[in-house]
Each structure stands twice: as structure tokens, then as C-alpha cells.
Design a protein around this ligand. Structure first.
Ligand SMILES: *Cc1c(COP(=O)(O)O)cnc(C)c1O
Length: 374
């Protein structure tokens, strides 16, 4: 007999970073239910329910709506590699880490990438995007990040969707941090492709990437001249499992899907509007309380995400030490800055199950105590 192996016992944390967010016990319990087969009729029925609930949260009637096996980045990669072929032009807005990644993935897919940039902490200029599109009307897609988690900027989408819908260019939106926290409204905004992740405002552990494609985006996938480079992320193969034929492609991550189903049930029981209101009011409460303390926020009020707030690290305070103390003494995890903002900002998330008045109160009192001693 081997020696007893102690299980891993995670420390108690409050996840107030840029993701993952706190996961409610009901979702964790759902994931602990018995695994069944991925072609079991009961599981196929569950898949249909998940797709239906995702449509509600995305605000879309798109038939092609399903979760990709993999984290939010897998959703990004799936969207780009299925919609782009070598030599295609793609216009990508870059005002933070995730726009930069989108450009990188599009480039790896063989596209000629035209970037439209904005300062980190500012939204992309819609006129600049439209002007760039007029110069490159043959672009296959134009992609932007709805909620830039590296800065806390909410990108306005309304005008872009209406404009692109009149053209041959698909409108692609990264909704990883926005879905379940602020309205995404895929159909109303004429978004052709949106992908998300489970670990941000849906408050389900990382591992799945909800994705939705409009009919014209699906037409683009069907009319490709070349095969998608990735076999695993090829939407025509994945669609055959999720759609009518139920053909085996890869084994669905069964228990992860139980978790997503339960997380979506929680979203719909709360009601999407009530959920947006909860994020909005608590986000504003946190932001106003920080400003009252004389702290400076990176993003102008109009473009602030309620679910992610970037605070400038006050002069004289050691960024790493502050975050370490916050974690060790209070069990609160927040994020540091990325790229040019490394060491410059703290990123505080109020996503999904973390978005409670207790989290705001606890963070503010911990902040006061720590800053007093620094
Ligand atoms: C977190 C995030 C991603 C990547 O998701 P992972 O789950 O880390 O793979 C992509 N885009 C945005 C805007 C994100 O916040």
C-alpha cells in the first residue's frame, strides 16, 4: 500500500482580481455530480439547455451558440482562426493586453493585421476605426474588446455594429469580461461574433469559452477555401457534435458543463437586468469611495467598467508589498498592472459572485488599514 497522500486544500480567498472570480457553492456542487457519457441522451439534453441559456445571456437568437472547450483565450483563437484565411485583412482595435492578443492571434492565422490603437485606459476612437475600415473595405473582420480587463475600459459598440452591418466586414467582439456583468446584446448591436469565458462575470471556474456566431459569420466559415489550421478548434467539426448530428469530435468536459449550466441558472434566476444593476451600483460605490479617499482611477467615469476598476498605485506605496499583505492578512486577491501599466495600477474586480456589498466594504477597510501603515 502506498502512503496516504494529503489532498490539496486551497486557502480561503476572496477573488477580487481580473479573474477568476468567486464561485458559488451551488456551482461547485453541480460540478461534483456523477460524470455521465458525452453522448448520453441526458447529456445531449443538457447541452441544448446550455445553448439556450447562453443565447439569453448573449442577447442573441443565433443558432450557432455553444461553449468551446478551453478558457476565454480558446474562444478568441477559435473565432479568429475560423473566420480568417491566410492573406485576409483584419482590423483590430488595440488599447490593452487583450486587443494586442487578438492582433497576435489574427497574425498567426495568416491575416494581414491593421491595428487601430488608443492609449491604455482610453476607449478606441470609433471614428478612427470607421476611417480605417473605409481605407480597407475588403477587411474580413473588425475586432474590438468590449471590456478591456487590462485597463478597466468599457468600449462603446453601438455605432460600430450598425456601420459594419452595412458592409462585408464581420464585427467581432471579445466579451470575456463583459458577459454577465454589462449588457452584451449581440443581436441588437449587430455583432457577428462574440466569445466569452466562464471565469469572469459568469462566476464559473475557468475552462469554457461561450461563443456565438451570426448566420453571416457561419456562412463565412462554410465558404472557406482552406481548412482551419486547428483540428481541435474547427467549428464545422465542433458544430456537428453540438448541432444535429451529435457526431463525436472530442469528449466534452462533462462536469465543467454541469458547472456552466448551474452558473447560467443562477444568472437567469437573478435576471440579467438585475445582475447588470448589481454590478453597476456596486462598481460605482467602490469607485466613488476610492475617489473620496483621494485615490486616482485610471479610466474616465464615462468609460469605466463597473466590474473592473484600475486604481493608480499611490506615490510612495510599494505595489507588490501592498498586494502581498492584502492577500496574506485579508485573503483578498487583486490584480497588478500589465504591460506599460505594470507597477502603476491595481486592478480590482467585482465580478459575478464576488460582486457583493461585503466585498466592497472589506476591500475598502483593508485598503484603509494597509495604507495607514505604509
Ligand atoms: C481574461 C480575458 C481573456 C482570456 O481569458 P482566459 O480565460 O484567461 O483564457 C480574453 N479577453 C479578455 C478581455 C479577458 O479579460
Amino acid at each position: 500500500m502506498g502512503a496516504l497522500q494529503p489532498p490539496f486544500r486551497p486557502p480561503r480567498r476572496i477573488l477580487m482580481g481580473p479573474g477568476p472570480s468567486d464561485v458559488s457553492p451551488r456551482v461547485l456542487l453541480a460540478m461534483a455530480r456523477p460524470t455521465i457519457g458525452h453522448l448520453d441522451p441526458a447529456f445531449l439534453a443538457l447541452m441544448d439547455e446550455i445553448a439556450e441559456k447562453l443565447r439569453v445571456v448573449f442577447g442573441s437568437a443565433n443558432e450557432f451558440t455553444l461553449p468551446i472547450s478551453g478558457t476565454g483565450s480558446a474562444g478568441m483563437e477559435t473565432a479568429l482562426i475560423n473566420l480568417l484565411e491566410p492573406g485576409d485583412t483584419a482590423i483590430i482595435g488595440v488599447n490593452g493586453v487583450f486587443g494586442g492578443r487578438m492582433a497576435e492571434v489574427a497574425q498567426r492565422a495568416g491575416a494581414r493585421v491593421i491595428t487601430v490603437e488608443a492609449e491604455w485606459g482610453k476607449p478606441l476612437d470609433v471614428d478612427a476605426l470607421v476611417t480605417t475600415h473605409r481605407r480597407h473595405p475588403d477587411a474580413r473582420l473588425l475586432g474590438v474588446v468590449h471590456a478591456e480587463t487590462s485597463t478597466g475600459v468599457l468600449q462603446p459598440l453601438d455605432e460600430l455594429g450598425g456601420y459594419l452591418n452595412e458592409t462585408e466586414t464581420l464585427f467581432l467582439v471579445d466579451a470575456v469580461t463583459s458577459l454577465g456583468g454589462v449588457p452584451v446584446e449581440v443581436d441588437a448591436r449587430r455583432i457577428d461574433v462574440a466569445y466569452s469565458g466562464t471565469q469572469k462575470c459568469l462566476s464559473v471556474p475557468p475552462g469554457l469559452a461561450p461563443l456565438t456566431l451570426s448566420a453571416r459569420a457561419m456562412e463565412r466559415v462554410r465558404s472557406r477555401a482552406t481548412k482551419v489550421q486547428s483540428w481541435y478548434l474547427d467549428l464545422s467539426l465542433i458544430g456537428a457534435y453540438w448541432g444535429g448530428e451529435r457526431a463525436y469530435h472530442h469528449t466534452a468536459p462533462i462536469n465543467a458543463l454541469y458547472g456552466l449550466h448551474e452558473g447560467l441558472c443562477a444568472v437567469l434566476e437573478e435576471g440579467v437586468e438585475a445582475r447588470y444593476e448589481r454590478h453597476s451600483s456596486l462598481g460605482v460605490r467602490l469607485q466613488e469611495s476610492l475617489e473620496k479617499r483621494g485615490l486616482e482611477l485610471l479610466v474616465e467615469r464615462e468609460y469605466r467598467l463597473p466590474q473592473l476598476t484600475s486604481i493608480r498605485v499611490p506615490a510612495g506605496v510599494n505595489d507588490r508589498e501592498f498586494r502581498r499583505e492584502l492577500l496574506e492578512r485579508y485573503g483578498i486577491e487583486i490584480g497588478g498592472g500589465l504591460g506599460p501599466l505594470a507597477g502603476q495600477v491595481w486592478r480590482v474586480g467585482l465580478m459575478g459572485a464576488t460582486c457583493r456589498s461585503e466585498s466592497v466594504a472589506l476591500f475598502l477597510s483593508a485598503l484603509d488599514e494597509l495604507l495607514e501603515g505604509m
